[in-house]
Design a protein around this ligand. Structure first.
Ligand SMILES: [Zn+2]
Ligand SMILES: [Zn+2]
Length: 536
């Protein structure tokens, strides 16, 4: 196979080699268990790039997403996002109240926020609204609706018509498969939980006999059964995940599916086998991605480092976030939110490489930028204010002052269009949110509203700051300004450290802050001059 610089192109080649150039369904899925974190979104975004690669080869694609909403509620997350993507921490009482729904399909659990038809719909909405905000569109299907519409019937008939075979295949992967195992999980008509154990099926009547027993979900959560025995329709329940997944491949004729390492080691080996041996269908081309670490740790509520797309879009533009997922999926990455500026800077550079504005010694880097950048949904070239500078500028909190500062520092052209101003402000606000929410301490700053002269400030310092005020009013670079502050201190026999401390205290009310030279330039010049002259 031809070597490709972009990983998604290699996968697209593989798909075309196997299936030719007919329509390709790229599938992804999510279980609406709560706020779906940005590790989960790999499924969709990896699929997005593969889909784009296929399109460029002239292949028609459909990007199908299933909400696995007939899955049972397993665990109540301690915090969950509302429809706007804002996190809410649940009280003990709320947790307890929701606890009674454990074992019930997400689609039958009420929306904890009361704004959607169900728990499933709420979290699927939040999830896909995040995806939409990235400019990525998927065809969304509710698994529950697919079952209700009988879409699962053909694979179910095949699987359930030879239960001994199903049992034999699954026992190769699942230790201790019971001798009476039936690959179907009915929903108990008495308690509504997927705790019922199938004891017999009748394909002619399309029914299943069951007894509602206590059951361990995902091998972890013990859910009590109600003891009810009955017979119900085979539409009232679901295939176990290991059978459901290959059945979805059949229903949608899936030819490509990206998934994470967890599935690769778990349900993928059995899914392939079930697809080949039972459903007589070749499993799709696949790709596995590494989950990435957040702040050096696995994402978990316990670590308090769960982020959803909406969180990330508060601090970066959609294309920047998407760019992160175009990077090699096989390398484990660490998304360090505190130092997110490095990713934004890398994106800005990547964009400039695409536009031939920076030279790179690495020809592959250039080829990659030329290939991937056009896949990002960007409708116009945006002004990119360097991220940490934008974070500093944001403390002004006044659009007019911010624009004036950006023009003075050359970050915006004098004749900037409204669009350019808007793009610049967007970056400034996002960087500001980052600085205050996650940034390193020196960026987590607020301007001191009222002038308060530090008690230990002496005449020499006062004189130096006054000179600095005049210096700022003229046009100088960040480096020149930084250098000059040292010189002004030295000329008066003031310790530079003391002068810096006094300047920070005057501006921020605390003795430290971002590098002073660039910071002074990032603030509104009139304000800085007045404050340094102790006038306001
Ligand atoms: Zn809702
Ligand atoms: Zn029951």
């Amino acid at each position: 196979m031809t070597y490709r610089v972009f990983w998604a192109d290699s996968i697209a080649d593989e798909v075309v080699e196997r299936y030719g150039k007919g329509e390709v369904v790229v599938k992804c899925a999510a279980s609406p268990s709560g706020g779906k974190h940005i590790g989960n979104i790999n499924d969709i975004l990896r699929g997005y790039f593969i889909s784009e690669s296929l399109k460029s080869l002239g292949v028609k694609t459909r990007h199908v997403h299933t909400s696995d909403d007939r899955d049972p509620l397993r665990k109540i997350p301690e915090r969950m996002p509302d429809r706007e993507g804002r996190w809410k921490v649940l009280s003990e009482k709320e947790l307890k109240e929701l606890g009674k729904y454990v074992g019930i399909p997400y689609v039958h659990v009420p929306d904890p926020f009361g704004c959607c038809k169900s728990w499933a719909e709420h979290f699927n909405n939040v999830w896909l609204e995040g995806v939409e905000a990235l400019g990525v569109h998927v065809e969304d299907y509710s698994n529950d609706a697919l079952y209700a519409a009988g879409k699962f019937e053909p694979p179910m008939r095949t699987i359930l018509s030879d239960i001994p075979l199903a049992r034999e295949v699954i026992s190769r992967f699942q230790m201790n498969t019971p001798a009476d195992y039936i690959p179907f999980n009915p929903i108990c008509e008495n308690c509504g939980r997927i705790t019922a154990k199938a004891t017999g099926v009748n394909l002619d009547d399309w029914t299943v006999d069951y007894v509602c027993e206590s059951k361990s979900l995902a091998g972890e959560f013990e859910v009590p059964g109600c003891g009810h025995q009955g017979t119900t329709s085979l539409n009232n329940g679901k295939l176990p995940w290991r059978f459901e997944w290959p059945s979805q491949w059949q229903i949608f004729d899936v030819k490509m599916e990206p998934f994470g390492k967890d599935h690769y080691e778990g349900s993928w080996p059995s899914g392939q086998e079930i697809s080949k041996v039972i459903l007589k269908r070749q499993p799709p081309v696949y790709t596995v991605y590494e989950f990435f670490l957040i702040n050096g740790a696995k994402m978990s509520t316990r670590h308090g480092n769960v982020f959803i797309t909406q969180d990330m879009l508060d601090i970066m533009e959609p294309e920047t976030f998407l760019y992160f997922y175009s990077l090699n999926p096989m390398k484990q990455k660490n998304l360090d939110v505190k130092n997110i500026n490095f990713i934004v800077d890398a994106f800005d550079r990547f964009e400039r490489i695409y536009y031939d504005e920076v030279e790179t010694p690495d020809p592959e880097e250039k080829e990659l930028a030329k290939r991937v950048y056009p896949m990002l949904p960007i409708d116009h070239r945006k002004v990119r204010i360097p991220y940490t500078f934008a974070a500093m500028v944001s403390v002004s909190k006044n659009d007019e002052h911010i624009i004036r500062t950006l023009k003075k520092t050359g970050h915006l052209p004098q004749d900037a269009t409204k669009q350019q101003e808007q793009d610049a402000l967007t970056r400034v606000y996002k960087a500001g949110t980052w600085a205050r929410r996650y940034g390193p301490e020196e960026y987590n700053i607020e301007i001191k509203e009222k002038l308060e002269v530090p008690a230990d400030m002496d005449a020499a310092e006062k004189d130096a700051l006054s000179e600095l005020a005049s210096y700022i009013e003229a046009k100088h670079t960040e480096e020149e300004t930084q250098y000059e502050i040292f010189e002004m201190a030295k000329r008066r026999g003031v310790k530079p450290g003391k002068l810096f401390k006094t300047a920070y205290t005057l501006l921020l009310g605390k003795p430290r802050g971002p590098k002073l030279g660039p910071f002074l330039l990032a603030l509104d010049a009139d304000f800085v001059a007045k404050r340094l002259r102790l006038e306001a």
